[in-house]
Write a protein that binds this ligand. Structure first.
Ligand SMILES: *Cc1c(COP(=O)(O)O)cnc(C)c1O
Length: 365
């Protein structure tokens, strides 16, 4: 039986009546953008994270982009970001005309705090931490660095809904926590959606203005904004999904633990989990010398995998103009060559988990 990399329908089926009820309520309401569904979701999500404000936006990329803009980051400014992130984190920096300054990751795929100080200059305006694959960065060191240098921290939580470090949830550490609710994320909508959480009232108000053409009052535009609003339908559906998030994360953890306990192939390096952190397993990422051979073999055996990510941003064609040759960020480049993400989705059966483990264990280089 073939095993896909991901399946989204089981999550809908699990609570189908609740999603249907929410969607139909919005359709019948006659109000589709910037209404009470969004307000309700923003309140619930802010209190879930433990921040005072949440601003719903169109996507995770918009959350990152508008977040930097609201902080006044633009041309001439530098933003420190981990080199091994999804390109959206970097696009948010360049979209504002600022310069990304790449820093290599630690052994948990988060930005390495020990390498940040050498990257700080007078132009550094923010440090971005990406809780990649669902595992929190070293928030103790990052918070200390941010305070020592007076440089704000921005969290990219697109993969880390519900993840925590020493009991504090990701998104609550930085000046801003940026979230994506893209359908495949752990807290996924039924289309594009995103949000920012913050304790800063001024930033929250700026973001509300920016997402709505730069106006606080209709047709009175204070700044050049954009159209980036989380619509009522997605907000209502997300409210249902958020109610079940803990259950979603528990199931993902069960699958990850199954893999951890049953994959015994010496050629495979299993993910390392950071002490005192809760990993929420957005992705289950293994490493191996012979990644491409393993991926091809699994494909032949009917098991779909993905690579997160095959081309690091500094080597992508989009950033060729930055002029980074191969070898600039060796740890990041090594990760791009060695990592492989195994199937992990809600609704996965024990038979499927077992098939993945047995097939991976039968792999010979
Ligand atoms: C998905 C993702 C984004 C972008 O979110 P979208 O909603 O797809 O725009 C940003 N950063 C990371 C780490 C992501 O995984």
């Amino acid at each position: 039986m073939a095993i896909p990399f991901n399946r989204l329908a089981p999550l809908y089926e699990q609570h189908r009546n609740e999603y249907d009820e929410a969607a139909l309520r919005v359709l019948a309401s006659g109000w589709y953008v910037l209404g009470k569904e969004l307000e309700a979701f923003e309140q619930t999500f802010a209190s879930f994270i433990g921040t005072s404000y949440c601003v719903g936006l169109n996507s995770g990329l918009d959350a990152l982009t508008l977040g930097l803009r609201a902080m006044g980051i633009g041309p001439g400014d530098e933003v420190i970001v981990q080199a091994n992130t999804y390109i959206a984190t970097v696009l948010a920096i360049s979209e504002n005309g600022a310069t990304p300054v790449f820093v290599e990751p630690d052994s948990f795929y988060g930005i390495d705090p020990a390498r940040i100080e050498e990257a700080i200059t007078r132009r550094t305006k923010a440090i971005m931490a990406v809780h990649l694959y669902g595992q929190p960065c070293d928030m103790e060191s990052l918070t200390a660095l941010s305070q020592k240098h007076g440089i704000p921290l921005i969290e990219d939580c697109a993969q880390s809904h519900g993840a925590s470090f020493r009991g504090c949830i990701t998104g609550s550490f930085g000046s801003l926590g940026c979230f994506s609710f893209f359908p495949t994320k752990n807290l996924g909508a039924f289309g594009d959606a995103g949000a920012i959480v913050t304790d800063d009232k001024v930033l929250a108000e700026k973001l509300r203005m920016l997402r709505n053409y730069g106006s606080r009052k209709k047709y009175y535009n204070e700044v050049c904004g954009v159209n980036s609003r989380l619509d009522e339908l997605q907000a209502a559906l997300l409210q249902v999904r958020l109610k079940h998030l803990e259950e979603i994360l528990q199931e993902r953890t069960t699958i990850a633990e199954y893999y951890m306990n049953h994959i015994t192939n010496d050629a495979i390096i299993l993910p390392k989990t950071r002490p005192q952190a809760r990993h929420v397993w957005h992705l289950f990422v293994i490493e191996t010398e012979s990644r491409d051979t393993l991926q091809h073999y699994l494909e032949q055996e009917g098991i779909q995998t993905q690579i997160h990510y095959p081309v690091p941003p500094h080597l992508s064609q989009a950033y060729a103009h930055l002029g980074f040759p191969e070898g600039s960020y060796p740890l990041t480049e090594r990760i791009a060559k060695r990592t492989l993400s195994l199937p992990l989705y809600n609704g996965m059966t024990e038979g499927e988990m077992d098939q993945v483990c047995r097939t991976v264990d039968a792999f010979r280089v």
